[in-house]
Write a new protein. Sequence first.
Length: 292
Amino acid sequence: MRKLFIFLLIAIIFVVGACSQEKTGKNGSDKNIENIEKNDNFVLVKGGAFINTKSNYYGKSETLSNFYIGKYEVTQKEWMEVMGSNPSAFKGDNLPVEMVSWYDAVEYCNKRSIKEGLKPYYNINKNKIDPNNKSDYDNIKWTVTINEGANGYRLPTEAEWEYAASGGQKSKSYAYSGSNNADEVAWYWRNAGDKYLSGDWNWPIIENNHNQTKPVGTKKPNELGLYDMSGNVREWCWNWYGDGLDNTSGSYRVVKGGGWIGDVVNNEISFRGKFEASGIGPDQGFRVIRGE
């Protein structure tokens, strides 16, 4: 009887230990992943091949690993908490930060990583001109490289951005992120002001209509629960822009999603925008991601 009792006690301890191990992962507790999973502002994107037929990567061999991506564009409140000042043209804690260059965005990623006890993802050398930067107008040209194995925040690659905007493995092959109707999911030149505009794109009309950025998360989300991946502000990606995908040099960095100024075609998930890395604009922001 005593032996049976001891056996049952050992069995119970083993089961409880196994359940605890399952909750914390095969290698024990990973506080970073635990924290990001508790953060309602991030969504886990399950990796795989592209199934959205509208994507530039559909039918190609591109397959992505799991990653976490911001549910919203980086807000001015989030920016201020890390950077201390607000460059945005339109002020508001819950508005997306804008008037930020690609360099500003990668600096934010590193500083936020350090603030949260993570290993910065980027190596930023401000004293070395990037030989891959072919722009005649970018007078900054920092050399930015990847710190392999770092768990910090970073910009999405163009493929990661498009995969998430497309709905990942839950994709319904929408043209815009979450719908085939841009007005359901995107703030763009027609609907981002006092009244809904018609006719052709016209800057004086847009300006007189008081068009501007809108609080994040006020339109319908996409299949993964991500907001504003079409419209509001254009979003910086890691990649160089070029004729093909995944270029290793260039004059511009890729921007995706379109913004409140642009025409509706810019809101399509497949649209490839471009901007000098040093460029800024009142419709230019970003969102961050982290590896699983």
